[in-house]
Design a protein around this ligand. Structure first.
Ligand SMILES: [Zn+2]
Length: 153
């Protein structure tokens, strides 16, 4: 927790850019901001989203500030995913959900609104009223080939 305290004090201490002192999730990790904690590991914290999409909607974050998937090293990202899996198992068992949706948004264009890496674990039930954020439509063969060429070039 020392790194959060240092981050709150000194503007000169900026190994983690993006104004960590203003980060609400770092505030939650530090205990300065209250949260409804679901579970905790050595490296991650899982707590209830206060703007839930569904009952039991839980956020999983790394305790150490990292902005997004691009800033995270593989180990950090893996630990968040591993904890999200634990939460998915937990909500399914305890809340008897029929399914789980897991979202992880990055940067403004990717719908990220809090710039501290987090995964949404959303318990799902049949006919719970949630809907997909995009319309399903088939791609043309040409557009698939074209983007694949760009990705593999
Ligand atoms: Zn943070």
């Amino acid at each position: 927790m020392n790194h959060q305290v240092r981050g709150l004090r000194g503007r000169e201490y900026k190994p983690y850019s993006n104004a960590m002192s203003d980060c609400i999730f770092c505030g939650i990790v530090a205990g300065d901001i209250p949260s409804k904690k679901v579970l905790e590991t050595d490296t991650c914290l899982a707590f209830l989203d206060i703007f839930p999409a569904n009952r039991g909607h839980t956020l999983v974050i790394p305790k150490q500030h990292v902005a997004d998937v691009f800033a995270a090293d593989a180990q950090t990202y893996s630990s968040v995913a591993t904890t999200a899996k634990e939460v998915a198992d937990l909500v399914t068992q305890k809340l008897s959900s029929d399914g789980v949706s897991i979202f992880q948004m990055n940067r403004v264009a990717g719908w990220q609104t809090v710039f501290h890496l987090h995964m949404h674990v959303i318990p799902r039930w049949e006919n719970d009223g949630l809907h997909k954020p995009w319309d399903i439509a088939p791609a043309s063969e040409g557009s698939l080939i074209e983007v694949l060429r760009q990705l593999r070039n």
